[in-house]
Design a protein around this ligand. Structure first.
Ligand code: PLP
Length: 379
């Protein structure tokens, strides 16, 4: 095969390079971690307070409350909002499971709404139609690192008296009209799962909150609803963050701006190289700064393209293969199967390409060339 782009000897191109990232931080991490280990303080403590302060300042939000993980951040925020049995919470069907799972866990019913065919975020017109007398809240998800249409969502919520909780797990550093994801609505949740844009070395999350009372409630809920030691105003959970994890996140936070810029540059290069290839590249909504947690393309021959890339040593990912309204665990909600045709279609055609910050330009060129080859040969 006389194929200039066939590189049997080339190193594989992976979706993530967490070991490469560790190498960047290893030196500065060691001191911080030694300090924590020697301090005798392993849960909460100064590093957690410092991380909360750093994120509150950085994202221009009144309160930041460190939480055990992103799912618990959503759960704790829903508890603080008093969402429970008999309530309905509107969420997109095209998202990671945790958005729906946490609504179920507080005893409320997730109400699934279809996604917009261009941004993959919740469809605003369909959201309006999903509101009933039982609707208490909306959780917009900033999928793949791009904000949902928050101006419209906040206006609708205002009109109907609904709470809004942003699921910004994939979108730290994304902005809409200059405001940070998770800090646009009164409450938002971040995740520091290792693969997220600010990934820790373990589980971690954060609630962002603009309201003093809700923030205090979250702090209490995080610690079993305790108001002072062994006095409990209500039942919460153990949603605390470990000190070591906070110290690690503080170190990684130093590079977040640079890593976000690298993801954006990688995405811009893909946009340029894939233009006219026949695959649909990501579209950025009005006023949005996209942080490319994932760089997703649409192609009707998704599974064949995925195999073609894998055969040439390039990883890719499918986020997500099945919309949440079709998950067996939510069959009890009896959502009509054809309720979300756009999400159904997208789930069958979407493919995430490597876009992580340590990717090199030749690697991106190789991925794009493999896609162009595939498009040319198999059309
Ligand atoms: C990762 C993620 C979560 C949950 O975060 P964890 O830290 O893994 O619990 C919630 N929502 C979305 C959209 C996510 O991508």
């Amino acid at each position: 095969m006389n194929d200039a782009n066939h590189h049997p000897e080339a190193a594989p191109i992976r979706m993530l390079d967490l070991r490469g990232e560790y190498a960047i931080f290893a030196g500065s991490l060691r001191d911080r971690l030694e300090n924590v280990l020697a301090s005798g303080h392993y849960i909460g403590g100064p590093a957690v307070a410092e991380l909360e302060k750093a994120l509150a300042t950085r994202q221009s939000v009144k309160h930041a409350i460190a939480i055990s993980n992103g799912s618990d951040a959503l759960l704790c925020a829903l508890m603080a909002l008093g969402i429970g049995r008999g309530d309905e919470v509107i969420i997109p069907t095209f998202t990671f499971f945790a958005t729906a799972g946490t609504v179920h866990r507080v005893g409320a019913a997730p109400v699934f709404v279809d996604c917009d065919p261009r941004t993959y975020n919740i469809d605003i017109e369909k959201l309006k139609k999903a509101i009933t007398a039982k609707t208490k809240a909306v959780i917009p998800v900033h999928l793949f690192g791009q904000c949902a249409d928050m101006a419209s969502i906040l206006a609708i919520a205002d009109e109907h008296g609904l709470a809004v909780l942003e699921d910004a797990a994939q979108a730290i550093d994304a902005t809409q009209d200059g405001r940070f994801a998770g800090a646009i609505a009164p409450m938002g949740a971040l995740s520091f799962y290792p693969t997220k844009n600010l990934g820790g070395f373990g589980e971690g999350g954060m609630i962002l909150c603009q309201n003093d009372d809700l923030a205090l409630r979250c702090r209490q809920l995080r610690n079993h609803g305790q108001s002072k030691l062994y006095f409990h105003d209500f039942v919460g959970g153990n949603f605390r963050l470990d000190t070591l994890k906070a110290a690690i996140l503080l170190t990684k936070l130093e590079k977040l701006t640079a890593f976000t810029a690298a993801r954006a540059a990688n995405a811009a290069l893909y946009d340029e190289l894939l233009a006219g290839s026949g695959v649909v590249t990501p579209r950025v909504g009005r006023g949005n700064r996209h942080v490319y947690h994932q760089y997703c393309i649409l192609t009707p021959r998704r599974d064949e393209l995925k195999k073609h890339l894998a055969d040439h040593g390039v990883e890719s990912g499918i986020y997500y293969p099945l919309p949440l309204h079709r998950q067996p665990c939510f069959a009890y909600l009896e959502t009509p199967k054809d309720h979300c045709p756009v999400a159904d279609d997208v789930c069958g055609r979407i493919l995430a390409l490597p876009v992580q910050p340590l990717l090199t330009e030749p690697e991106i060129r190789r991925v794009a060339e493999l896609i162009r080859d595939f498009q040319r040969k198999e059309r």
